[in-house]
Ligand binder design. Structure first.
Ligand code: DX5
Ligand code: ZN
Length: 225
């Protein structure tokens, strides 16, 4: 299975966004992770639909939109029309989780579900029949540049086991505090989509290339087993 790098533009230099996106794409990143924050579900505000629309116009990467907003069903259609490929919602933020996921799929997007670090992993089990991607947060959502929670590794293992039992081809994504030093541990635990913000946008071309090398080597070793 291929390991995918999803650079989070929260850490990008907005004045040089287009250039930095080209650099991470050139280094082999397939996804672009876009964090949408509403100041309610999380304390921060980030950006919304028009940013996705604008990136879509000149970017052919998979746009992986992470909605940290309350009652995300209100904006699913708008983000889908703006060009999102994957829309991930927080279980804790949905008025009706099943209906929100169904709405994402009706819009033609891949559906992602995520949970805060405090939410038990097995809370997602009943939705695994419906989703394409499960995101395990390895920090409190809302801010870039935090340290990876050590407890996340066991949660990734638990999530990987639930996915295995479901028999469905669900991608397992990890977001928060991922670096070149801890990413192998995260991949070993079963993740295959790696979000990284501050560890990629310091020197995007070099950082993304180094991440990609680790991801490719890990994928080769796993396939050889
Ligand atoms: C945090 C966001 C992350 C953030 C990751 O709420 O969901 O995507 O950008 O940033 P780093 O990799 O710096 O922890
Ligand atoms: Zn995110």
């Amino acid at each position: 299975m291929e390991n995918i790098l999803a650079p989070s533009i929260l850490a990008a230099d907005i004045m040089r966004l287009g250039e930095q996106i080209s650099e991470v794409r050139g280094a082999g990143a397939k996804y672009l992770h876009i964090d949408v924050m509403d100041g309610v579900f999380v304390p921060s505000l980030s950006y919304g639909v028009c940013v996705v629309e604008s990136i879509r116009k000149s970017c052919d990467m998979v746009l992986d939109v992470h909605l940290m907003i309350v009652e995300p069903h209100r904006y699913v259609e708008a983000f889908a029309q703006a060009g999102a490929d994957i829309i991930t919602v927080h279980l804790e933020a949905c008025a009706d989780v099943r209906e929100t996921i169904a709405l994402i799929r009706r819009q033609g997007c891949r559906a992602g579900l995520t949970i805060r670090p405090e939410t038990p992993v097995d809370a997602v089990e009943e939705y695994l029949d419906q989703i394409d991607q499960l995101l395990i947060m390895s920090v409190h959502p809302g801010f870039g540049g935090q340290h990876y929670f050590a407890s996340a590794t066991d949660r990734i293992r638990e999530a990987a086991e639930l996915i295995r039992k479901s028999g469905r081809p669900i991608d397992l994504e990890v977001d928060g505090g991922v670096t070149r030093d801890n990413v192998e541990r995260i991949l070993d635990a079963g993740a295959n989509v790696i979000v990284a913000g501050s560890a990629v946008f310091h020197d995007p071309q070099k950082d993304a290339a180094e991440f990609m090398q680790i991801l490719r080597e890990h994928s080769r070793a796993r396939d050889a087993q």
